[in-house]
Every structure is written in structure tokens, then in C-alpha cells.
Ligand binder design. Structure first.
Ligand SMILES: Nc1ncnc2c1ncn2[C@@H]1O[C@H](COP(=O)(O)OP(=O)(O)OP(=O)(O)O)[C@@H](O)[C@H]1O
Length: 509
């Protein structure tokens, strides 16, 4: 990259939060036109902070930023976009009832050249869409678009404003493998046209597939920058976590095999607009992990929410160790021994305005109450325990959960549920947003729960995760269980065919 034009130069960037957190420690980071750089690092390493500084969301404590050869400091994202820097977060910022074109015109006082009114804007959208293979119709309503399409609208929004540098924060976390391929096609075109791209991701094979260089952060520092073609996954992992990984799973022979959870003709409430789904029948035994594979949005979330009591069962029954719990509240189900790790850690999973300690006792205050008073020292011990066991990176247990990095918040929620030793553990997307070291830890904890006799229902869109952890694998498609395959019979092609809607007896096992 010696001849490449340096588009961005971040020098000695330091960011402190209060007295206790040094999130970025004298970081140097360069970016050239026409390259894709993967920003890699453990949860809490400081990646989001660095990108948020670049995007004008945070002011650096120290350091300077040069963009296109000019020293800059952005007051806010609007200024960053004006200068050609755009960021796409995991949560999209689109207004659902409006069309693509309307969304792109919203909130701009100065319209990009060539987009003086809705008609010229639509024309420009079509041109950009064709140029980059985005396949976005300017007149489509956001609410009718898939997650992958919405993400492409976000990219379009930035290109529409002439962004030269695009930052993508874990862009593939919510995409299907096909959508990921389509996104990478788009990124390749952007690169060929001289855009610079930073992609924050924890998925090593994606780093290898899409990036030209990898910048590795650890504990707030930039520890290495390497050319992707001259490195390996193993080397990058070592740079990132400081050791080799061991993702092997130590599974003991199942004990007891008693029925833990039984679903009989359970009718789950269909999502608004979706067609009614057939009732679900399922038996989950102690000492097993039953994986639920499926493309996101095929009823996994609704099923698990119904079992936990967040959604009412339309008919049928749910039985926990022989006791019917269909009409119990979530608090009662939790007390009866059901643990729940939702996919959305910032909503259902944790109350982000509360401290870590308050989140650890959430929903279980009885256990921490003595003589009618909350016993704070017991709560602190429980919180410290979760922090230690799960390696939650935080100054202390009083830290506000919402200020944890995404991956650390996930570790907190999972740690809280696991430490209560549930009889049945319902988990959805346990490792979304986690670094590889944390995945190793979480997988180990899930198997440990199983080995100790818990019944684990694990829904994940990551086939690799399902295959690594499950004793049996159910595949869901449009709300229906297409079949259940034992682990020794499960292969990616078989599961893939079922995920696309084929019944188990239609695919060769
Ligand atoms: N607003 C804030 N107030 C206090 N501390 C913060 C704030 N934002 C981030 N931090 C802390 O800064 C550190 C770096 O967090 P950051 O979100 O940048 O990590 P990350 O590398 O993006 O992690 P992840 O992969 O989990 O998203 C963490 O210890 C985090 O708790």
C-alpha cells in the first residue's frame, strides 16, 4: 500500500471515560483509499470507542485526526457525514413507513448535488444502486424490506451523501450467509471505486475473506497492523487474545435423561402479518443440548418467548418436570427453574440504566432478601462472581451496564442466568457479538450446564455453533419444526436443506 493515498490518519488517540476507564490509549490508525481494513479485538478492547470518535460521537481526550490531508475534529455525526465519513450501526436508523427515497431525503437541509427533489433523488438512487449492485428500489417501503436490504439502504444513504469512508460495525451479525455474500460483493465494488472501509467483526473467516489489512486492538491499545494475505487466522487470534484457542467441547455421557421440558401441541402466536404456524411438539431432556437451527425470523424467537412466558400460548401446554407451567408468569417460571438468555441483550436481557450488580439480582430479588431487606453484600458477591467467571471487563460491579461494551453486556446476561443453575436454560444467539475468546468461554459454560444435568434449548443462526454444541438438532422453517436430527447424523447440507424448507424425510439422512 505504499502508493495508496492516505485518506485518514488518526494519531495518538486517547479516550478516557471518567477516572477508571481508559478505552483508547494513544492509538495510531491509518486508512487508504481503496482498501478494506478489519478492526479486530476482544470485547471491550476499544474498537467501538475508536470508531465513535472518528464518527463524531465521542470527543477524544487527546490526539488528532487528519482526513483527506486536513486536520479535523467532528462535533457530531452530521459533521462527519458532511466530510465524507459514514457509519452503519447494527441498529438501523430508518423510518419504517417511509420509502427508501423519502428516508434518504429526510433530515438533510442541503441535498446532495443531483438530488434537488424527490424525482431527481430517485434517479440518483437508481444510479448509485446499479453502480454498486445494491439492488435497492427507491420506492420500496422500508417495512417491506429484509434485514439485508435495509442494510443496503443504509449503505446507499451514505453513498448518496458522497461518503468516502464507510465504517461498518459488525455488519454480518444479523445477515444470512447469502446476504453476507451479497454485502461482500458490494464492499468489493466500493473498494474498486476508491472508497475506504473499516469493518468491525469477530468472525475470523470474514476477516480473511474481505479485508486487505487487519488492525488488532487489545486492552485499549493498537497492538498490530498486518496485511491479511501475510497472516493467518491463528496468528490473528493470538494477537487478539494472547493465546491459542481451544473450541473443542468436553461432553460427558448424558445422565438420567429425564424429561425436563415438554411442549404438547403448543400453538405459538404468529408474528403480525405472518401466517399462522402449526403447533409445536417437543421433548427436552435433562443433560442435553437441543439446538434449534434456522434462518433468523423463522419462529425461533417466538417459540422461546412462549416457553419463557413473554408471549401467551394460544393453545397446548408447556410442562416443566411434569408440572404444567403454561399459565405461569415469567417471574414464576424463572422461580420454577427456567433461565433465559434473549438475543436482544439491550432490551429484554439487561436494564441498561442499572448497575451490573442490580442486573445480576434482576428477577431474583427474593434470593437476595433477608428480613425484608435487600442484602447488598450478597448481591455484590453474586455480581463479582459473574464478573470473574465470565471475564466481564468492567472497573467494578457498580458500573452502569449500558456503558459496557456490547460483548461484555452479553457475557453479563449469560453469566447471570447460568449462575442461577437453571433446570432448563433457554438461549438464543448466545455468542452474537462475542470475540473468539469469549465464544470459547461461553461454549464451555453451556456444555458445563448440560454436563451438570441442565436441559438446554439453544437457538442459533450460526450453524457452526449448533453443530458444536447440540446433542440433537431441530430445524425451524416458517414456524414449523422440519425435523430433529441427532448430532452424529447432522451435516451442513442436511441442515441447510431443512433450513430452506425441506422436511427431514425428504433429505437423505
Ligand atoms: N460511555 C461510556 N462510559 C464509560 N465507559 C465506556 C463507555 N463506552 C465504552 N466504555 C468502556 O470502554 C471500553 C471499550 O469499549 P468499546 O465499546 O469501545 O469496546 P469494543 O472493542 O467495541 O467491544 P465489543 O467487541 O464488545 O463491542 C470498555 O471497557 C467499555 O466498558
Amino acid at each position: 500500500m505504499t502508493n495508496a493515498i492516505t485518506l485518514l490518519r488518526m494519531q495518538k488517540i486517547t479516550k478516557r471515560f471518567g477516572a477508571s476507564v481508559l478505552a483508547n490509549d494513544k492509538i495510531d490508525f491509518d486508512l487508504h483509499a481503496g482498501e478494506v481494513v478489519a478492526l479486530l479485538g476482544e470485547n471491550g478492547a476499544g474498537k467501538s470507542t475508536l470508531m465513535n470518535i472518528l464518527y463524531g460521537l465521542y470527543e477524544p481526550t487527546e490526539g488528532k485526526i487528519e482526513f483527506s490531508g486536513v486536520q479535523t475534529s467532528f462535533r457530531d455525526p452530521a459533521q462527519a457525514i458532511e466530510h465524507g465519513i459514514g457509519m452503519i450501526h447494527q441498529e438501523f436508523m430508518l423510518v419504517e413507513p417511509f420509502t427508501v427515497a423519502e428516508n434518504l431525503l429526510m433530515g438533510t437541509t442541503t441535498l446532495p448535488a443531483g438530488a434537488e427533489n424527490l424525482n431527481t433523488a430517485r434517479q440518483l438512487i437508481r444510479e448509485i444502486s446499479t453502480e454498486y449492485g445494491l439492488q435497492v428500489d427507491p420506492d420500496a417501503r422500508i417495512e417491506d424490506l429484509s434485514v439485508g436490504q435495509r442494510q443496503r439502504v443504509e449503505i446507499l444513504k451514505l453513498l448518496f451523501r458522497h461518503a468516502k469512508l464507510l465504517i461498518l460495525d459488525e455488519p454480518t451479525a444479523v445477515l444470512t450467509p447469502q446476504e453476507t455474500d451479497a454485502l461482500f460483493e458490494v464492499l468489493n465494488r466500493l473498494r474498486s471505486n476508491g472508497h475506504a472501509i473499516v469493518i468491525v467483526t469477530h468472525k475470523m473467516h470474514e476477516v480473511m475473506a474481505i479485508s486487505d489489512r487487519v488492525a488488532v486492538m487489545r486492552a485499549g491499545q493498537m497492538v498490530a497492523t498486518v496485511n491479511t494475505s501475510e497472516s493467518t487466522e491463528a496468528e490473528l487470534v493470538r494477537l487478539m487474545v494472547g493465546r491459542d484457542l481451544d473450541l473443542s467441547v468436553d461432553r460427558t455421557e448424558p445422565k438420567g435423561r429425564k424429561r425436563a421440558l415438554e411442549l404438547v401441541q403448543l400453538q405459538v402466536e404468529a408474528r403480525v402479518g405472518a401466517k399462522a404456524t402449526p403447533p409445536v411438539a417437543l421433548v427436552l431432556r435433562h443433560g442435553e443440548v437441543l439446538g434449534i437451527a434456522g434462518v433468523d425470523g423463522n419462529g425461533q424467537t417466538e417459540l422461546i418467548e412462549t416457553i419463557f412466558g413473554l408471549k401467551e400460548a394460544q393453545s397446548g401446554s408447556i410442562t416443566l418436570e411434569g408440572r404444567e407451567i403454561t399459565n405461569l408468569t415469567t417471574v414464576e417460571r424463572r422461580a420454577a427453574g427456567i433461565g433465559y438468555v434473549p438475543p436482544d441483550r439491550r432490551g429484554v436481557g439487561a436494564l441498561v440504566t442499572l448497575s451490573i450488580e442490580d442486573n445480576v439480582i434482576l428477577g431474583a430479588s427474593k434470593e437476595f432478601t433477608q428480613f425484608g431487606l435487600l442484602n447488598r453484600s450478597l448481591a455484590r458477591i453474586a455480581a463479582d462472581n459473574v464478573i470473574d467467571r465470565f471475564g466481564v471487563k468492567t472497573p467494578d460491579a457498580e458500573f452502569i451496564s449500558g456503558n459496557l461494551s456490547g460483548g461484555n453486556l452479553q457475557k453479563l446476561v449469560l453469566g447471570r442466568e447460568v449462575s442461577r443453575d437453571p433446570k432448563v436454560l433457554l438461549i438464543e444467539q448466545p455468542t452474537r457479538g462475542l470475540d473468539v475468546g469469549a465464544i470459547e468461554l461461553v461454549w464451555g459454560e453451556i456444555i458445563e450446564q448440560r454436563n451438570q444435568g441442565a436441559a438446554v434449548l439453544l437457538a442459533s443462526t450460526e450453524l457452526e455453533e449448533i453443530l458444536a454444541l447440540s446433542d440433537r438438532i431441530a430445524v425451524m422453517f416458517e414456524g414449523e419444526i422440519m425435523g430433529i436430527v441427532p448430532r452424529d447424523k447432522a451435516t451442513t447440507p442436511i441442515l441447510g436443506a431443512m433450513m430452506a424448507g425441506r422436511q427431514l424425510d425428504e433429505v437423505a439422512v
